[in-house]
Design a protein around this ligand. Structure first.
Ligand SMILES: Cc1cc2nc3c(=O)[nH]c(=O)nc-3n(C[C@H](O)[C@H](O)[C@H](O)COP(=O)(O)O)c2cc1C
Length: 360
């Protein structure tokens, strides 16, 4: 039980609405400057304001997480976590429900799909675009054992010919929408990447996001891992390449471009640690000051997520605890306190109390 979880006082989020998206503003002001600040143009005419993207995180980047980040202007678009397409075509209502946390922020949404059946993938992709997505991203990266055992996600990296066919099928299903693909550098061996990239280059999607690790490497440190991104850059001429993996600071984001030549970045866990990371990266690209680390600001975001989540769907702490783990670390006293909370409401009260006394 959270020690700060008393009952006094209503749960109140911090100020949620920000009239201008600083990320979008930085991109507009500096168009023509750093490649990351260039708009990402998708087939059909939709545009993502920059190439600084939030990495999708299943179970985390949804609901109140999206609402809080969007209201604070900390993202300029979304790539959703994967929608698994297995046995049947999801109904339109299911697709609308899947997209609603993202579309309700008013930002452009790329919907990620994962599956094996090309007909189902194409029909689902078309349904997602009809439901409001500006494009679709094919997940060939998920390392989950269950997913891989079923032949989906990163297991597809052993089948470059399937990847070529899947991209072709998706392009046919989406003649007027964006098309991306999310890759890891291999299932078990980064040498697998070369055939995959040849297949991808032939299909010419609008963008490719590459998490430099193989699925077998999970999230472990990999010596020289970014060199794989540099190699990918040379093998995908003319395709927008978004680098992913360990982009957890502005310095890392800028270094990634210098070392590999990628056109953009996707940051996932770093965004949990610092919800304003993408704005900071855009500011650094534009030569403007960045906010850097700020515990009180981070806690305020987390509190707002917990308060909004508790109001929407009271229940277990779920994603709030996962964000807290990334933000604070397992050994942090507040994280330990939060991990004893039984409900979102207790976690929200705990964070309200902690934010009130936090120092930057
Ligand atoms: C909890 C969690 C869930 C994730 N879910 C997805 C997903 O649904 N789709 C996807 O493409 N990547 C997913 N990823 C991978 C991230 O988008 C990203 O590629 C990876 O974490 C490496 O980037 P990072 O070092 O910035 O975290 C997930 C990662 C985490 C930690």
């Amino acid at each position: 039980m959270c020690r700060s979880g008393g009952t006094a006082g209503p749960l109140r989020p911090g100020p949620l609405l920000c009239p201008v998206c600083p990320l979008r503003e930085a991109a507009v002001v500096s168009a023509g400057g750093h490649p990351y600040l260039q708009p990402l143009r998708l087939t059909g005419g939709a545009v993502l304001p920059s190439r600084i993207l939030p990495g999708p995180m299943e179970g985390i980047t949804t609901g109140s997480f999206c609402a809080v980040l969007a209201a604070a202007g900390q993202v300029s678009c979304w790539v959703t976590p994967f929608l698994r397409v297995t046995t049947g075509l999801p109904r339109p209502a299911r697709l609308r429900l899947h997209l609603s946390p993202y579309l309700s922020t008013g930002l452009p949404v790329v919907a990620q799909v994962m599956g094996l059946d090309l007909g189902l993938l194409g029909a689902t992709a078309a349904g997602l675009v009809r439901a409001g997505a500006v494009g679709v991203d094919l997940n060939c990266a998920c390392p989950s054992r269950t997913v891989v055992a079923n032949g989906a996600g990163a297991a597809r990296l052993r089948h470059p010919e399937w990847i070529a066919a899947a991209l072709q099928a998706l392009r046919q299903a989406l003649p007027q929408a964006g098309l991306g693909i999310k890759l890891r550098s291999g299932l078990t061996d980064p040498a697998e990447m070369d055939d995959v990239l040849a297949a991808v280059a032939g299909a010419a999607p609008d963008f490719v996001t590459l998490h430099y690790r193989t699925a077998a490497e999970g999230y472990a440190p990999v010596e020289g891992g970014w060199e794989r991104l540099a190699r990918a850059r040379t093998r995908l001429p003319g395709v927008v390449l978004i680098g992913c993996g360990d982009v957890d600071s502005t310095e890392a984001a800028l270094r990634l471009h210098r070392q590999t030549g990628v056109d953009g970045v996707a940051a996932a866990r770093g965004l949990l640690r610092r919800p304003w990371l993408l704005v900071d990266i855009a500011a650094a690209c534009a030569g403007r000051p960045t906010a850097g680390a700020d515990r009180r600001r981070a806690l305020s975001s987390l509190r707002d997520m917990a308060v909004a989540a508790a109001a929407q769907r009271p229940g277990r702490t779920g994603f709030v605890l996962e964000v807290a783990r990334q933000m604070l670390g397992d050994d942090d006293a507040l994280f330990r306190e939060l991990s004893r909370c039984q409900t979102l409401e207790q976690a929200a009260r705990c964070l309200q109390a902690a934010t009130a006394v936090a120092v930057p």
